[in-house]
Design a protein around this ligand. Structure first.
Ligand code: AHR
Length: 337
């Protein structure tokens, strides 16, 4: 509906680079963990089989998220970690409740992907007071660094910059762009918004004519794109979508409007889910910037290190690429989400 907010792009943000202590955390190998089990036990350190982990997930808003949940559950199962999993169904208050329950249950570690960036300080402090480390997975939270042990996840600002660089090439430096934003106040929506503008501001003939939240879902992506087409119609040269699910919803809206997605309206989105590869094969999506949800094995390796008092980097950024239609046929069968 057009009652929702539409931002006309006046806001130009200068982003300071986040310098991260980045170190690779290799994937745990269940065979080698078996081999080191005895050594760990005799040293008094915990092993995967001793770990009880509470995980406060956001919900199931996108294919990315369901891939992320599957990765966490599968890794817990294969490593023998006891996982207490909670699905907040897109409500930050449910995530906070879940964290309080995990504290009461005296879990060893709490993993959380914060739906929005703010509002976490009190509950993280409660976990700290109870001696239970918090690990942020995927999304950041705006809290003092001492309130969490580590953050494992993507550089969302860089994803926005990458999408913008691709868009500059697709539009040859000029054109009118509409933007589908993710969940308001979430780290990926805030950062992808900023990163994109950091690059676009150097191209005065590229205009972001509207920026609206589609909440990271296909249904809202379609609904918002319908509104934007009613408002701007043929003026729209390109769509920048903060995730593939919204782009896929928007592709439907563009087709129903009578335009060709990928041709009449160029489309760049983020995640690199399987359906994005299918859309690229059909010529309806011009590029997808990868955001890796397969964080389960790294998360539990990190959790074990934290519980055993080992030094870990504060931020472990994911390694990610960009994919184009010409890659799609070869890569689609290899995609795991
Ligand atoms: O936090 C990562 C984002 O959340 C993904 O890009 C999106 O698809 C998901 O819902």
């Amino acid at each position: 509906m057009l009652g929702r907010k539409i931002f006309i792009p006046i806001r130009l943000s200068i982003i300071l680079c986040i310098l991260a202590l980045s170190a690779c955390v290799s994937r745990p190998n269940p065979e080698s963990t078996d081999a080191t089990l005895q050594a760990a036990e005799s040293s008094g350190k915990k092993t995967y089989k001793d770990l009880v982990v509470g995980y406060a997930q956001i919900g199931a808003e996108s294919e990315w998220r369901t891939g992320n949940t599957a990765s966490i559950k599968e890794a817990a199962e294969s490593l023998g970690v006891e996982l207490i999993f909670s699905d907040a169904q897109q409500k930050p208050e449910n995530q906070i409740k879940a964290i309080r329950t995990f504290i009461a249950q005296r879990v060893d570690v709490i993993g959380v992907s914060p739906l929005i960036e703010t509002g976490w300080e009190s509950v993280f402090q409660e976990a700290k007071d109870a001696g239970i480390p918090i690990i942020l997975v995927d999304r950041r939270a705006k809290v003092p660094e001492e309130l969490f042990a580590a953050h494992l996840g993507s550089d969302f600002i860089e994803e926005g910059r990458r999408a913008a660089r691709v868009m500059v090439r697709l539009l040859d430096g000029k054109g009118s762009i509409v933007e589908l934003e993710g969940t308001p106040d979430s780290a990926p929506a805030n950062d992808r918004y900023k990163g994109f503008r950091e690059i676009i501001q150097d191209y005065p003939e590229m205009k972001i004519i509207a920026s609206v939240s589609g909440d990271f879902t296909r249904a809202k992506g379609k609904e918002v794109m319908e509104d934007l087409l009613m408002l701007y119609g043929d003026q729209i040269d390109a769509l920048y979508s903060h995730n593939d699910d919204m782009a896929i919803g928007a592709i439907k809206a563009i087709e129903e409007y009578g335009l060709k997605p990928g041709e009449d309206i160029k489309i760049v989105s983020i995640d690199a889910i399987r359906d994005a590869f299918k859309a690229m094969l059909d010529g309806k999506l011009n590029a997808t910037v990868e955001c890796n949800p397969l964080l389960g094995p790294q998360f539990f390796e990190l959790a074990l290190k934290v519980v055993n008092g080992e030094e870990v980097p504060k931020w472990i950024p994911s390694q990610e690429g960009i994919y184009y239609p010409e890659d799609a046929e070869e890569l689609l069968p290899t995609r795991k989400y």
